[in-house]
Design a protein around this ligand. Sequence first.
Ligand code: NCD
Ligand code: ZN
Length: 346
Amino acid sequence: MTQSLTLRRPDDWHLHLRDGAMLEGVLPETTRHFARAIVMPNLVPPVVTAAEAQAYRDRILKALPAGARFEPLMVLYLTETTDPADVRAAAASGLVTAVKLYPAGATTNSASGVRDFDRVRGVLETMAEIGLPLCVHGEVTDPAVDIFDREAVFLDRVLDPIRRATPGLRVVLEHVTTREGLDYVRGGGPDMAGTLTTHHLIINRNHILAGGIRPHYYCLPVAKRETHRLALRAAATGGEACFFLGTDSAPHVDAAKESGCGCAGCFTATNTLPILAHVFEEEGALDRLEGFVSLHGPAFYRLPPNEERITLRKGEALALPARIETGAGPVTVFDPGFPLLWHVEP
Ligand code: NCD
Ligand code: ZN
């Protein structure tokens, strides 16, 4: 039985770091284990221009814990007024690793997102030309579409038309939560990838709603039924190169989660690796964990994998804090519902 596992240092290909006191509070939770992260631009106001991405990157670097070696990979928030020339320059200088598409109103802080996809055609064509990936929040916002169907409908109604209209566009379908999304990624060829979160491998919609409402399990896209969760686990642990980890760790203070209208987001930065080791061990796939967390992502993004190594060791149940304290307030850490036996060695 494997009791210890050494991997290349992992990366997180979808992360919310926020700003100010929250940034300072949550950043060490990621830098402890991860070398790089795709940093989501949904601040208020959003990170739209290269200049804004540069300033945000500087704030992240300034907030790094002493001695941390961590590279934030910056992302521009696509709006209907995004300038293709600004995107081209930001990519050429190496400042920006991707552009993020939020359908307007799809999720937290997405009001500036895209309503009319014709208006971003020029940017998408530039991105296809230079090979800059588009990270996609794949949910329609049509109020007539049931929230559990919004991902599947998005594939037909929005994503497929965009990809047909923009040959060569490299796309990451983020936080895939359905079998339909998995199959779409699998069928998309070398320019298509999908990220999978930690929490969607653990919870289905019953965890949110059965026996009392559990706001800390509420995130977007919302967790689906069990058949989808099982398909996500098979995709994560199956060794397919088109799938890799994007935690979507999305901190909100407890008061904002435990409210009459609670925010969406699960905070998993703290315990993602122990949880994933548990899942991969359960699936008899510990030998595939490195691909999922450390190799498939860099390969898609055309970046070298990290040279540094981390070691996971199995032992006594890990006593992790149920919440972390930040200058913005307490943030509850995602509870996987089972004891964590895998530790990342310090
Ligand atoms: C994210 C957030 O809080 O910024 N929330 C979430 O539930 N995932 C936004 C997002 O990625 O959809
Ligand atoms: Zn997110």
